[in-house]
Design a protein. Structure first.
Length: 149
């Protein structure tokens, strides 16, 4: 296994375990102690008010993202293609959603962007866009197709 895959998996585990799944674990004592959501949301700010108003739901959703990210990283470490695909999907979705989670989403973007670059460079290597791959089985169609008369 290439070192880039291992580095990406470690980044995804740190992001999924500490940043996302850790937030999910943090909501459990808050709910058990009866801490009001407004009290907690005073210490966090998001660019979208809806996310600010539904902070506890966001924390639960963070657990889902964290679990998926951890599963993808474990798949990569196990040299499984599904782990690579799941991790790429997680990174792309995170990159698309991070704008709504500003300012906290910045760190998510750094982790996901770096992991995505490591995964893609490990997978595609030094292959070029055209001319460097295996010969194609597809032959070029003629410029004109003769029509029946």
């Amino acid at each position: 296994m290439k070192k880039s895959y291992k580095a990406a998996a470690i980044l995804l585990m740190v992001q999924g375990g500490l940043m996302e799944f850790g937030v999910f674990i943090g909501v459990i004592p808050l709910l058990l102690l009866g801490v009001e959501q407004d009290t907690v949301s005073e210490h966090f700010s998001f660019i979208v008010p809806y996310l600010q108003e539904n902070l506890y739901l966001m924390m639960v959703m963070s657990g889902v993202f964290g679990a998926l990210r951890l599963i993808g990283a474990i798949g990569i470490l196990g040299n499984r293609l599904w782990g690579l695909a799941l991790s790429v999907i997680n990174c792309v979705v995170t990159m698309a959603l991070m704008i709504f989670l500003l300012p906290a989403g910045t760190l998510d973007g750094i982790f996901s962007g770096t992991a995505l670059i490591l995964i893609l460079t490990a997978y595609f290597g030094t292959r070029k866009i055209s001319g460097d791959g295996p010969p194609s089985d597809v032959t070029h169609a003629p410029a004109r197709v003769k029509q029946r008369q």
